[in-house]
Design a protein around this ligand. Structure first.
Ligand code: FAD
Length: 405
């Protein structure tokens, strides 16, 4: 193997390049970046960066010199086609890059709001540094903020806007915050805490239109006809994987780019990783699953780099997640989907507690709010064959950290 081309220089693409060099790969590595500047991390964009606690230069994974030293060719370009027969990637600049192996790490884009008025000024999704740069000055001055979608990003932004003094309304089609990702017990504490910061929730509600004056948003209308004032609207209603070039090249697609347990696409010369990749997930009963998280992007990148260096092994890393909202740090180990029973450790009242989620009697996820010790213990326990039962965890003095030892 003498040339690896990586499309997308986000969390996954950057990591595969870095891990290849770290593992001793001496061939050519080309990393195609279609965003301006150096590759950077996204998590702070909806949190610390908007609060001014971290600057743009702190977001870069590595300084420019790293790419020279490691001989990682960073190309500011857009990949527009894959010629699988000749193993070439075609770039918007007209260049064509030969590959022995191609890694697709194209990520995902925000699902658009798609309602009348969504082109008004003051309407934002948060995906890129450019989005956050446009948003940061506006949130400092905004009095009335509406957030559409109460997932991680929507709630992180709601916490920031409330901390900066805005009146914040959150509109969501579901019945509780973060419904896709966390148990109802955890969601209830997050809801109450946001409400204590002044955030107002409107559940079972969609948005029908955005209202504006002189091209600037002034309000929104919800499906039950309520009008909420808004000089600023942020939506976080999910993402759509960036599959265009993979699809046009005839690769198998299933809610993203479909890969096997080794993260190979339907073409053995092409891998896909990160937010765009839909892989058979052992923690989800082997179902093809797409996971949007930094740890998933990094672990998948490392798995592919190892394979390209001659050490193939199936991807089976435990999924884990985090979100920071105000003084609440939530860490999740495992996937709680389909859980049918929970055990709570610690005290919800003090906002230091964990929810253990069980499915058919087996522990499947540990959600920890301000309990990092439980998160670490949970990761270790969930990485082994299932052992902890809900009956054991319900014992009066049960402690996850000592049980794990
Ligand atoms: P990305 O990082 O999105 O990178 C994909 C890159 O590929 C992009 O730069 C894209 O422009 C580029 N690209 C696409 N098509 C092409 C093409 N044809 N040619 C060239 N380049 C292309 N995760 C957590 O675990 N914790 C968090 O707290 C957290 N917070 C987040 C906050 C925000 C605001 C956002 C947006 C995400 C957050 N995430 C968080 C998710 C996390 O950032 C992603 O899961 C991770 O970045 C995925 O990495 P990736 O490399 O697959 O995709």
């Amino acid at each position: 193997l003498s040339s690896v081309v990586i499309v997308g220089a986000g969390q996954a693409g950057f990591q595969v390049a870095a891990s290849l060099r770290q593992g001793g790969f001496t061939g050519r590595i080309s990393l195609i970046n279609n965003e301006p500047g150096l590759p950077y991390q996204r998590p702070p964009l909806s949190k610390a960066y908007l609060l001014g606690k971290i600057t743009a230069s702190n977001l870069a994974f590595r300084p420019e010199a790293f790419f020279d030293q490691q001989q990682i060719e960073l190309l500011q370009d857009d990949a527009i086609a894959i010629d699988r027969q000749n193993q070439h990637v075609v770039l918007a600049s007209g260049k064509s890059l030969q590959y022995d192996h191609l890694v697709l790490a194209t990520g995902a884009h925000n699902r658009p709001l798609s309602v009348p008025g969504d082109d008004l000024q003051g309407v934002f999704g948060i995906k890129t540094l450019a989005d956050a740069d446009a948003l940061a000055p506006r949130v400092k001055d905004a009095r009335n903020v509406v957030v559409i979608g109460s997932g991680f990003i929507g709630l992180e932004f709601a916490a920031v806007a409330a901390a900066l003094g805005a009146s914040v309304h959150v509109v969501d089609l579901g019945d509780r915050p973060m419904a896709r990702a966390v148990s109802s017990e955890m969601a209830a504490v997050f809801r109450q805490t946001h409400e204590s910061w002044g955030v107002q929730f409107h559940f079972h509600q969609g948005v029908t239109r955005l209202i504006g004056e002189n091209g600037q948003i002034t309000a929104i209308e919800t499906t039950d006809g309520k009008v909420l004032p808004a000089e600023l609207l942020v939506y976080g209603i999910g993402v759509i994987p960036n599959i265009t070039i993979a699809n046009e090249a005839g690769l198998a697609i299933e809610n993203g780019i479909k890969v096997d347990a080794n993260l190979l696409t339907s073409d053995p010369h092409i891998s896909a990783i990160g937010d765009v990749a839909c892989f058979p997930c052992i923690q989800n009963e082997g179902e093809h699953t797409r996971i949007e998280s930094v740890p998933n992007a990094m672990e998948q990148a490392r798995t592919v780099a190892s394979r390209l260096l001659g050490n193939a092994s199936p991807f089976n890393a435990l999924p884990w997640f985090w979100t920071d909202q105000g003084n609440l740090k939530l860490q999740i180990a495992g996937l709680s989907s389909g859980y049918d029973n929970t055990v709570i450790l610690g005290s919800e009242a003090t906002q230091q507690f964990s929810v253990l989620c069980f499915r058919k009697g087996q522990l499947v996820a540990v959600e920890s709010c301000n309990r990092p010790g439980d998160h670490l213990a949970g990761k270790k326990i969930l990485s082994r064959p299932p052992e902890l039962t809900s009956a054991e965890a319900s014992a009066p003095d049960f402690d996850l950290k000592t049980w794990e030892l």
